[in-house]
Design a protein around this ligand. Structure first.
Ligand SMILES: Cc1ncc(COP(=O)(O)O)c(C=O)c1O
Length: 393
């Protein structure tokens, strides 16, 4: 290794350790579920995005197995050359119908979808308006586009309008936001954003990673939740959260999807998602379509856990969804709390800078439909015990 780079990496890693920001990666030795094996120990899982338990649903697993037998393990090409299979098209048609969109294109992940769509739509000479708490993949998509960036205050419509009026705004205008903010669980005011977009002739793009399977009828997402069908121009989705598989998508008008097939670089230069992933995703969408009991169970669990945590004196921020941030503040205390919870068989991760601003460290609790009331009561007891011990409540 080149000595300059060796030193650079060593110094940076030491700094992260000293500041309590070093991220220890835990290893899971079981399928995803309410209880999982973490580093060899069985624990109650509050870390995964498997909101509805579909990652290990028997029908989803069977669909993946059948697709392996029928289509093989890999797509063997980028989609624009020979990697588009009948399965990809089946999924795109099904998901577009589920979301109430004219058309849809799948990508390798949600992250990839943002990197694909933003630079395809805007470039040098254009302006993007982006919420300050948008996901890293939106931030990177914006950077990659080389368009001018105007960062507005979190969910603050006065701030967005002020930016839309800036003198140096140029070219095409794109407003981009998460629907549900993944570290806080609050929901973007989409109807107000759409109104401002119409007033200022801007395009609206929403990343619904944490809205899909959670918000709207049968988990159709944020657009359905706000009855904004046809008014949000670009909707990004991911299959790695409530859908329980892997992949991402962009939906919107027919011309948008036709355009992305010609212009989106991850579509053109990176291979497609595997047949097993696609078939599993189709099955997950079918389950959502026919039955909303998992979505209801998720919300029952979330409402129960949040209200009990508040009763006990915890600050759960401004969450409006099952994402429950337990606010701590100091990164070192949050990391200590994660450690103590782990000793008590609770797997809930501390979230610290740079994922959240300095001084806003938290334990993020991801509630799932797979949790039973007994699981949640067990967790409450442990949170109270550790919270008192560390002087948080
Ligand atoms: C808002 C948002 N967008 C995109 C992603 C990335 O999704 P994926 O895991 O499919 O790449 C995430 C996941 O953390 C997310 O929270």
């Amino acid at each position: 290794m080149n000595q300059t780079f060796q030193k650079f990496m060593e110094d940076e890693l030491s700094r992260l350790r000293e500041e309590g920001l070093y991220n220890t990666i835990r290893v899971i030795g079981s399928p995803q579920g309410a209880w999982i094996v973490v580093d060899g120990k069985k624990m109650l899982n509050f870390c995964s995005n498997n909101y509805l338990g579909l990652a290990n649903h028997p029908e989803v697993v069977s669909a993946a197995k059948a697709a392996l037998d029928k289509y093989g393990a890999g797509p063997a090409a980028v989609r624009s050359i020979a990697g588009t299979m009948t399965l990809h098209e089946e999924l795109e048609a099904k998901l577009a119908e589920f979301k109430g969109a004219e058309a849809l294109l799948t990508f390798q992940s949600g992250f990839c979808s943002n990197l694909a769509v933003i630079p395809a739509l805007v470039g040098k000479g254009d302006t993007i308006f982006t919420d300050e708490l948008n996901h890293a993949s939106i931030i990177d998509g914006c950077r990659l586009s080389r368009a001018k960036r105007k960062i507005y205050k979190h969910c603050d419509m006065a701030s967005l309008e002020e930016k839309l009026n800036d003198e140096d705004v140029e070219g095409k205008k794109l407003i981009v936001t998460d629907s549900v903010f993944s570290m806080d669980g609050d929901i973007a005011p989409l109807p107000d954003i759409v109104e401002l977009a119409q007033k200022y002739d801007a395009l609206v793009m929403v990343d619904d990673a944490h809205g899909e399977g959670v918000l709207g009828s049968h988990g159709k997402g944020a657009v359905d939740h706000f009855h904004l069908h046809g008014k949000v121009d670009v909707e990004v989705g991911t299959f790695s959260k409530a859908i329980g598989t892997v992949g991402g998508c962009v939906s919107g008008s027919k011309i948008l999807i036709e355009f992305l097939k010609q212009k989106a670089r991850p579509f053109l230069f990176s291979s497609a998602v595997t047949p097993a992933d696609v078939a599993a995703t189709i099955k997950a969408v079918e389950i959502l379509e026919r039955d909303d009991s998992l979505v209801k169970k998720l919300w029952d669990n979330a409402n129960y856990f949040k209200s009990k945590m508040k009763e006990q004196g915890f600050d759960v921020g401004n969450s409006q969804t099952p994402i429950t941030p337990v606010m701590i503040g100091d990164a070192k205390v949050a990391v200590k709390m994660e450690e103590r919870l782990r000793e008590e068989d609770i797997f809930a991760k501390s979230i610290v800078f740079p994922t959240v601003p300095r001084g806003k460290a938290r334990i993020r609790v991801m509630i799932s439909a797979t949790h039973s009331k007994e699981d949640l009561d067990f967790a409450l007891e442990k949170f109270v015990k550790v919270g008192k011990e560390l002087g948080i409540i």
